[in-house]
Design a protein around this ligand. Sequence first.
Ligand code: KG4
Ligand code: ZN
Length: 339
Amino acid sequence: MKILGIETSCDETSVSIVEDGKKVLSNVVFSQIDFHKEFFGVVPEIASRKHLEYINISLELALKDANLDIDNIDAVACTFGPGLASSLLIGVNVAKTLSFFYDIPLIKVDHVLAHVFSANIENDVEFPFIGVVVSGGHTLLFVVKDFEDIQLVGHTVDDAVGEAFDKVAKLLGLGYPGGPVIDEMSKKGNPNAFRFPLGLIDDPVDKYNFSYSGLKTKVLYTLRELEKTQVSIPVEDICASFQKSAIDIIYKKAKLLSKETGINTLVVAGGVAANSYLRKVFLEDPEIKVFIPSIKYCTDNAAMVASLGFYIYKRNIFASLDEDIYTKFHGIVKGKRKK
Ligand code: KG4
Ligand code: ZN
């Protein structure tokens, strides 16, 4: 079964065709980073205009790369949320048009859940597992028992981890997006040079929640102090120390959840799962079985949307043409089950 996936929730315009949830026949991704760079973040107005510019060519290329015609497509799956409203609308309207015009089923996919299940493309991940979604917009912990049984256990109370990477990179004058450049700089730095806080560590109330504002502020104050006393700023050491705190807390909380639930299979996904230190910390732990997608399936892509779309299709859950987009995560696979 061939599902065409569409993803336009943030600043990547992506169309992909995936067969039976696993065989990626094409995955076209147009990144808009160059247009948002100078603003150190995604500008919604620019993002939606660029999606409009790229969506048709992405669709054409995805079909061409897969050597298929639209008539060969069994269903169209699209991200309906969460994300930027004006960006989501572009992809969703294209998906609805394809569904209506070619009379193919429409499947509503949640962007966060597409990240959670993205490890399924390259692996056979068995239920139950602990899902860790770390991206520019989310820092979430889940207990996942089934495609339709997903329990949200923890979330960030302020910034998302990717957002913290982006903001710290801005403070250090390293450009946007911050994740990849901090990752690279950290390789040359000492992670123990500075003691930065682990947000909400050992907090009985926010046991599984995250906080990154204190870490970001500590980096800012450290930088101000260093600027007063030192001629050259040890940027690599700051990066490595920040990265260690930002990632260690995710690892510690995921590990605690694993211990408390007895679930030792973990999936770590989302843009920050591309981080080399994160991959090392999780993958080198012999007590847990960890799945982390390839980098191309960690950052935003439509292959993960088409892949999850397949499993939703198999459950006979479809969306109607009047289904609306949503901007906040609500966490369940929703739609009408066909009898
Ligand atoms: O999942 P994603 O592509 O988009 C969202 O849904 O947010 O994640 C983008 C985020 C950005 O904040 C970016 O800085 C971060 O992922 N990121 C990284 C790395 N590569 C991308 N963070 C840390 N290390 C990386 N190597
Ligand atoms: Zn994402």
